[in-house]
Design a protein around this ligand. Structure first.
Ligand SMILES: [Zn+2]
Length: 374
């Protein structure tokens, strides 16, 4: 090959064909495509030719508490328990408890018959913030929820990003009108699992350099670049101010504190705030691509890391549990973090962190049991 023809080869650019319904009901596919010169291949997913040991895990080495699941009334409790048993999951927390009738219905259907297996966290109706009785009402609501068996509070990422008060002002996470919520949670011993911020790539332009281009094309509403919202560091700063103001309340930063792609920032927060914990839900894809840093991080903060998936046992698609077990337990190298036809986050593979048994036990269930109580 002469130098000229060599230079004419254009190496691959990832292309996505989006899996969204288009006009006429036709469905398009999503996946990687690459091209070299005029040749293009779709659904590109090369099989590694490596000869290495693999250790797929069917059941975890110790019982698991999944602190981060979401499901609704359509799920069959009997089937859920059966799937939990199959996957070695002893307890799950449903973070989508809502409030009012939804909350009572979920408690009745899932918690009452299985109080030792299924835990419900409630949510807060932030749209009531302008009500002159908000403080009193929210305190009563949380006391009643607690008395019914609700063990914690989940705050969705919309706080800080979309909820507005009657003056149309964005409600910041550290708005002082919300202090009674965090204080009541502390008084009642209800941990607050809070999602604030998102991956760095959700706040940067959606272009050829964005490592989550595929994900953001499928979920355009997850991208914040150019939108009228606080930036990522401001959101995390608001969250941190709340954690600092309420040292008696235990906070769980969802998704590795929403900074799995910046573990130093999570370490700084964990060092600074002894009342902060983090779950690993939905972020094994991130942790697994930096296995050395992740292993050091998980071992160092072993008392404040919680297992979570952001799924639930028996969810029809994407059996995440076994991938998470393999990541935490084995030293397997270069494997898929997904069970899709295409990478759901970014186009990379992961490596296991082979946690020692004493750390694994804490991450799998001991830390969660301490936070949730009996
Ligand atoms: Zn979630």
């Amino acid at each position: 090959m002469n130098i000229k023809s060599f230079c004419c080869i254009i190496f691959g650019i990832t292309v996505l064909i989006i899996s969204l319904p288009v006009s006429g009901g036709e469905k398009r596919q999503a996946g990687n495509a690459v091209y070299v010169g005029k040749d293009m291949i779709r659904n590109y997913h090369p099989t590694p030719a490596l000869k290495i040991d693999t250790h797929p895990i069917e059941r975890p080495r110790f019982p698991v508490v999944d602190i981060h699941t979401h499901f609704g009334m359509d799920v069959d409790p009997g089937l859920l328990i059966k799937k939990m048993d199959e996957l070695g999951v002893k307890r799950i927390v449903n973070l989508s408890g809502g409030w009012g009738d939804k909350l009572s219905d979920l408690i009745e259907k899932f918690y009452r018959p299985h109080p030792d297996r299924i835990v419900i966290f409630c949510n807060i109706d932030f749209s009531q913030i302008d009500d002159p009785n908000f403080t009193k009402n929210v305190e009563t609501y949380m006391e009643e929820a607690h008395a019914l068996g609700v063990k914690g509070v989940k705050v969705f990422k919309k706080l800080g990003l979309t909820y507005r008060d009657k003056t149309d002002k964005l409600i910041s996470i550290d708005d002082i009108r919300l202090d009674p919520v965090w204080a009541a949670a502390g008084r009642l011993g209800m941990p607050v699992l809070i999602h604030s911020g998102d991956p760095v790539a959700f706040f940067t332009p959606v272009d050829k350099n964005n490592e989550r281009w595929m994900q953001l094309k499928r979920h355009p509403d997850w991208g914040y670049y150019g939108k009228d919202v606080p930036n990522r560091s401001e959101l995390l700063a608001q969250r941190n101010r709340v954690i600092a103001r309420h040292p008696k309340t235990k906070f769980i930063g969802a998704h590795v504190g929403c900074s799995a792609d910046d573990l130093k920032a999570v370490e700084n927060a964990l060092e600074k705030y002894p009342n902060l914990y983090v779950d690993i839900a939905g972020r094994v894809s991130e942790l697994g691509r930096v296995p050395y840093s992740s292993r050091r991080f998980l071992i160092r903060f072993q008392d404040r890391i919680l297992f979570g998936t952001d799924r639930y046992p028996g969810r029809p698609k994407q059996p995440r549990y076994k991938i998470y077990y393999r990541f935490l337990e084995t030293d397997d190298e270069y494997f898929d973090y997904y069970d899709h036809p295409f990478p759901p986050n970014g186009d990379w593979k992961i490596y296991g962190v082979f946690l020692p048994d004493d750390v694994l036990k804490k991450v799998y269930y001991l830390n969660a049991e301490t936070l949730l109580g009996g």
